[in-house]
Ligand binder design. Structure first.
Ligand SMILES: [Zn+2]
Length: 403
């Protein structure tokens, strides 16, 4: 075995700085739709990643089609992505990805970090995914300082819209997938430290029902109530749950109506779906079309459904299995036992896999309660997981690991 020891030991000495970075980055509000916050986060990342002396650029993302509260489709601008490339001509090419956005909007009350005990740090995005960005950066620093670096080229994309399904960066991710042989993503590991294996796919939809407004006293019979029609639609939609294994539908948000003396002419439903296999998608699409048909023929009611499947399911291909096994082997060399398990959650790893790139997507920190105001990171996992990635990168560079 080649001597990785000094470079692994160097990471242990970075632990205080890594903790400081997570704390600092977590305090920058970078909700997916908070463009100024995202720009601030991007600038801080640029400064930190400059140490890698890679080719670095800030890339535009496509705008996102969004159904607004008036039921109309509008284009929302999104933040920018940070992109780095180093040694694109090396024999081994690896993609490393993560996101700078969080689920916590500009006005969300969860803005500050705190230390509930000596081992944890609570903060917005501390685990998902700012801790992961610190892990990625530190692992790349260790690689670049090592004599193994010339054997491997890498490309980094840090996107600003992962938490909303990466609608604006999908194009960039697909391009990255085509240029590389494998992908490493820095989503947090599952709460017990396990890596994610099989992942479900996901889709987001918005249904806009329009009826006919009328005075609730004088003209009630002439009105066509959009809320009542949408309520019926929602019940029928929910009834699809349990009809096919591995498929779930979650009606998540409703809006509509106004003054109670008016028959409401607009109601909007937003829902999320999860599927386990590609064939589920066709089944569900057929069900949704059938459901739409039942409502569009009604007198005075129109229904339009917007949206799409944004992330295909992520099965475990043979190449993916080999990559997971190599990560587990690196774990063993470092005394960290790693297992992987299926999850209903999905991430950019789904999209990369669909574009043909085998990838491990939970190489970030250990933590828990993500997407809640109790989100925390286990601080000792910063050095632990940075060592894991650094060792994997160095072994890939040295030819000890092949995918
Ligand atoms: Zn995430």
């Amino acid at each position: 075995m080649l001597d990785y020891g000094p470079h692994i030991d160097w990471i242990d000495r970075q632990q205080p700085q890594m903790v400081q970075r997570v704390e600092e980055w977590s305090r920058i509000n970078s909700g997916s739709h908070h463009l100024e916050g995202l720009a601030r986060m991007c600038a801080v990342l640029q400064e930190a990643f400059a140490v890698l002396e890679a080719e670095m650029e800030v890339l535009d993302c496509d705008p996102m089609a969004h159904v607004n509260g008036a039921g109309e489709v509008e284009n929302l601008p999104l933040g920018k992505a940070l992109h780095l490339v180093k040694r694109p001509d090396a024999a081994v090419q690896v993609f490393l990805g993560g996101h700078m956005d969080t689920v916590f909007g500009k006005d969300h009350p969860f803005q500050e970090t705190r230390r509930p005990d000596g081992r944890r740090l609570c903060g917005p995005g501390a685990a998902d995914l700012k801790g992961g960005l610190v892990v990625m950066l530190t692992a790349l620093q260790a690689l670049e300082q090592s004599p193994f670096a010339p054997g491997i080229g890498w490309e980094v994309l840090i996107n600003p819209d992962e938490e909303i399904g990466s609608p604006g960066s999908a194009r960039l991710l697909t391009a990255c997938a085509r240029r590389n042989q494998m992908g490493l993503l820095y989503e947090p590991a599952l709460a017990d430290g396990a890596l994610a294996g099989v992942r479900k796919g996901s889709g987001n939809f918005t249904v806009v029902v329009r009826g006919r407004a009328a005075h609730a006293g004088r003209d009630f019979q002439r009105g066509r109530n959009a809320i009542v029609a949408l309520a019926e639609y929602t019940q029928a939609l929910h009834a699809l749950n349990g009809r096919r294994e591995g498929v779930t539908i979650n009606p998540g948000q409703v809006e509509g109506g106004g003054a109670v003396n008016i028959v409401p002419d607009l109601a909007i439903l937003r829902f999320n779906t999860r599927i386990s296999a590609l064939e589920d998608r066709q089944w569900l699409e057929e069900q949704l079309i059938g459901l739409d048909q039942q409502f569009v023929q009604r007198d005075g009611i129109t229904l339009r459904r917007h949206g799409q499947f944004t992330r295909p399911p992520k099965p475990i291909s043979q190449a993916n299995e080999r990559l997971l096994a190599s990560v587990a082997e690196c774990g063993r060399m470092l005394g960290v036992a790693l297992v992987w398990q299926a999850t209903g959650g999905c991430c950019d790893g789904n999209n990369l896999a669909a574009a043909g790139l085998p990838n491990v997507d939970t190489l970030g920190v250990r933590g828990g309660d993500i997407h809640s105001d109790r989100e925390y990171i286990m601080l000792d996992s910063l050095a632990e997981r940075a060592k894991l990635s650094a060792l994997l990168l160095m072994r890939l560079a040295g030819g000890e690991v092949r995918i």
